[in-house]
Ligand binder design. Structure first.
Ligand SMILES: C[S@@+](CC[C@H](N)C(=O)[O-])C[C@H]1O[C@@H](n2cnc3c(N)ncnc32)[C@H](O)[C@@H]1O
Length: 195
């Protein structure tokens, strides 16, 4: 996916970030080379030990300072109000309870902090594809794909977790009508009134 153009979307996801950043579900560290120089430090949280090992090697080669740690989206190893940004890249499709994960992200954000999300999502505007996504999510797909759901309405989930959306870009990647190709890149801030 990176060779197919995902890199460009990763770069847009991270552009303009600064200070302390938490990346949740960092996997093998595909975003690490793309953090801008304005980021002082990335805490990369990854629950899967094998992926954590690969991520540690990627961290050593990354231009940014990246520390890879064990943890989950539902329980981040950080105090309240301790980070400037939380990043999710292709993770919220797989967590069991995305509202709980984003509520936890809100807990660790400092006042003025922001949430960045890049996810594949429900194919809004394409009813036939939405039907296929519903069928996949209700049957075999999450079981064979590590808990992944293809049809989540992730921007609605972000709002439900108490964020206000500042920017939402919807795009197809790859540029084809498949259950996996509808994506969203969203920037959000904690709402003054959650809900
Ligand atoms: C499709 S991979 C994406 C990896 C990476 N973010 C990227 O952009 O290449 C999904 C990642 O989410 C992680 N993940 C799944 N459930 C999680 C959870 N509850 N908390 C944190 N990470 C989780 C997986 O271990 C995996 O690394």
């Amino acid at each position: 996916m990176d060779r197919g153009g995902l890199v460009e979307h990763r770069q847009r996801l991270l552009a303009g970030l600064r200070g302390q950043v938490v990346e949740v579900g960092a996997g093998p560290g595909g975003t690490f080379p793309h953090y801008p120089a304005t980021v002082a430090e990335v805490l990369a949280v990854e629950p899967e030990p094998r992926l954590r090992e690969i991520a540690r090697r990627a961290a050593a080669a990354a231009p940014a300072r990246v520390e890879v740690v064990d943890g989950t989206a539902e329980r981040l190893p950080l105090p309240d109000a301790s980070t400037d940004a939380v990043v999710f890249c292709l993770v919220l499709c797989s967590v069991a309870d995305p509202v709980a994960a984003l509520t936890e992200a809100r807990r660790v954000l400092r006042p003025g902090g922001e949430l960045r999300v890049l996810e594949h999502v429900r194919a809004d505007g394409h009813p036939r594809l939405v039907r296929v996504q519903r069928w996949m999510d209700a049957t075999v797909w999450p079981r064979i794909a590590g808990g992944c759901h293809v049809g989540r309405d992730t921007t609605a989930v972000v709002r439900r977790a108490g964020f206000t959306l500042d920017r939402v870009e919807r795009f197809r990647f790859p540029d084809a009508a498949t259950p996996f190709s509808s994506h969203v890149l969203a920037v959000a801030v904690p709402a003054t009134e959650p809900g």
